[in-house]
Structures are given as structure tokens and as C-alpha cells.
Design a protein around this ligand. Structure first.
Ligand code: 8YV
Length: 329
């Protein structure tokens, strides 16, 4: 029988996913989960028929250009594809797929958790009690006051699957939904969410109380929340980001929070991961998480299954369900 296709996976995946990959493919797994260097990935692409990278791998022009002609598919374990040079892949006739849909609800949950946690000082209170429980003198009426979110305005940047899932949750918490997107969503969705569309991001930013970034990182969204735009926010506003750090000018955000020109932030992603701006880490008014919005046991298995379906469909000669078209980004 024909040899099994070589599928190189750059990180450890859930056991059930790895077992299934071993059954179906000549799977070269990274069971020790040691991140691969650019050199190791370049070497791997000399023999791989399929590469399964994650957001931590830079599949750039240099790496793709040196791949052997047998490389036909890059099946990303993740929804964001800013780790892959899509144009170079397309020019070499390499198909790219991702894992949309299966991490929508988990990511929206974490976004909502940050929308609640930051204004209500949840992390600060929990840390205080852990540290001072012996000397805690008790509650007092003017102590640890946060800000109400009920009735406030949430401005969502990027009204795709995740943005809409955030809007549904936020509406149930009494927030008024505002959004900016490349195009308006359908009237049905706008009506369901009672959402207000802002063609002008600048105008939306001057009016909202909380901003949530839910758009992909693309050349067009790099520093979309630029220094100039961050300064349009009210000093009482909060910024939440579960998308990609690159969408926000992180240095300026840190500076404005320190200066009291922005009230606080809930950040799961950073501009230079795994490095995090120390001003952000040390601020009481920031909840910083280590890129974990899609990190559920269930979600990781679903993502792995999606990767497998994409590979299998492609190798069977059909269009994979989650093919990424460069024009989408
Ligand atoms: C993952 C993500 O942690 O899907 C994405 O875009 O950022 C997260 O779901 C990561 O992609 C896994 O590779």
C-alpha cells in the first residue's frame, strides 16, 4: 500500500488527538513539547507532507521558501493564522487551514470573565485576601470599590463569531452593545443584540466604557488601537483583549494606565509573547493572563479533531472545510 503521509506536529497535543493521528498518518509528534526552533522547523519541512503548527511557531517566508516540494498543507492548530505567511504559502501552492468555531464559546467566556474581573477588581481582592488573611480587619463600606458594568457601553472591535458570542453574554449582563467591524452584521443579529454599529472606530472609542478586541491580527489591524486612538478613550474606560497583542500599542496602553488616563485592562495576549511589559504585570489595574482564553480540555480536543478532518479531507483530494483564503485576512 502507499506510504502514509508524513504529518509533523510542532507541539504536544491531547492524547486522544495524538492517538488518532498515529492511526491515520505517519505522525511525527512532539511528545516532550519542546518548542521547535526555526532551524528545526525548516529541517522538518524538507520531509513533511503536512505541517501542524501552533500560534507559537513562526511559519514565515524563509521557512516556507525552503520547504520541499512535497509540502502541500499547513493545518494550523489554532484559529488565528498570523503565525503563517499566507501569501508565500499561496504562491507555493500550499493550502492553509485553521480551526474556527470550536473555540468561540471558550474565548467569549474568558472575555466576559475579564469584562467582569477588571472593573470589579476580582484579581486584586483575591490576591489581597490570600496575602493578608491573617491581618484582614474585615469589610468596610468604602473599601475595594470597583465600578458597575450593568448599563455601561461595551465597544466590540471585530464582530465575527467571537465578537458576537461576547455580545450575547454582555447583553445578558446589562451592557449596551456597540461595535466596529469592516462591515455591518446582518439586521437580524443587530436586532437580537440591540447592537449599535460604528463605521468610525474613533467615534466609538470616545463613547464606550469598555473596549473588547475580538478581531484577528492582520496587516490591517496591527496597532489598530494606536497611541492616538487609545487617547480617545475616557479615563474611566477599560480595555480587554483576548485576540492578539499586536492589535494594541501595548507600550502606550501600559503608559496610559500608569498615568491614570485609562482605568484598567484585562489582557490575555501580548505584543511580544512570551514577554510581557513589566508596567502591565505590575499594575493593580490590569488582569494579565498567559494566553489561555481557548485553553479548555474540551476545546483542545475539538481543535485537534478539526485539524485531523482538515488533513484527511485534503489528502482525500477534497476541499478542506476550514481552508484559509488570504483575502479573508
Ligand atoms: C491557541 C489561539 O492558544 O486559536 C488561536 O488563534 O490563539 C489559541 O486558540 C493557539 O492558537 C494554539 O495554537
Amino acid at each position: 500500500s502507499a506510504r502514509k503521509p508524513i504529518v509533523i506536529v510542532t507541539r504536544k497535543l491531547p492524547d486522544v488527538v495524538e492517538t488518532r493521528m498515529r492511526e491515520l498518518f505517519d505522525a511525527r509528534l512532539n511528545v516532550d513539547d519542546q518548542p521547535m526552533s526555526q532551524g528545526q522547523i525548516t529541517e522538518a519541512l524538507k520531509i513533511a507532507d503536512v505541517l501542524v503548527p501552533t500560534v507559537t511557531d513562526r511559519i514565515d517566508r524563509a521557512v516556507i521558501s525552503q520547504a520541499g516540494p512535497q509540502l502541500r498543507l499547513i493545518a494550523n492548530f489554532g484559529t488565528g493564522v498570523d503565525n503563517i505567511d499566507l501569501d508565500t504559502a499561496r504562491n507555493r501552492g500550499i493550502t492553509v487551514t485553521n480551526t474556527p468555531g470550536v473555540l468561540t464559546e471558550d474565548t467569549a467566556d474568558m472575555t466576559m470573565a475579564l469584562i467582569l474581573a477588571v472593573p470589579r477588581r476580582l484579581a486584586e481582592g483575591a490576591a489581597y485576601l490570600k496575602e493578608h488573611h491573617a491581618g484582614w480587619t474585615g469589610w468596610s463600606p468604602t473599601w475595594m470599590l470597583g465600578h458597575r458594568i450593568f448599563g455601561k457601553r461595551l465597544g466590540i472591535i471585530g464582530m465575527g463569531r467571537i465578537g458576537q458570542a461576547v455580545a450575547r453574554r454582555a447583553k445578558a449582563f446589562g451592557l449596551q452593545i456597540h461595535y466596529h467591524n469592516r462591515r455591518r452584521v446582518s439586521q437580524d443579529v443587530e436586532r437580537e443584540l440591540e447592537a449599535t454599529y460604528w463605521e468610525s472606530l474613533d467615534q466609538m472609542l470616545t463613547r464606550v466604557d469598555i473596549v473588547s478586541v475580538n478581531c484577528p491580527h492582520t496587516p490591517g489591524t496591527y496597532h489598530l488601537l494606536s497611541a492616538r486612538r487609545l487617547r480617545l478613550l475616557k479615563p474611566s474606560a477599560y480595555v480587554v483583549n483576548t485576540s492578539r497583542g499586536e492589535v494594541i500599542d501595548e507600550n502606550e496602553l501600559a503608559r496610559l494606565i500608569e498615568a491614570g488616563a485609562i482605568a484598567g485592562a484585562g489582557l490575555d495576549v501580548f505584543e511580544n509573547e512570551p514577554a510581557v511589559n513589566p508596567k502591565i504585570l505590575n499594575s493593580d489595574r490590569v488582569v494579565a493572563l498567559p494566553h489561555m482564553s481557548s485553553a479548555t480540555v474540551e476545546g483542545r480536543i475539538d481543535m485537534g479533531e478539526k485539524v485531523i478532518i482538515n488533513i484527511k479531507t485534503f489528502l482525500d483530494g477534497h476541499a478542506p472545510p476550514d481552508r484559509v483564503h488570504p483575502a479573508m485576512f
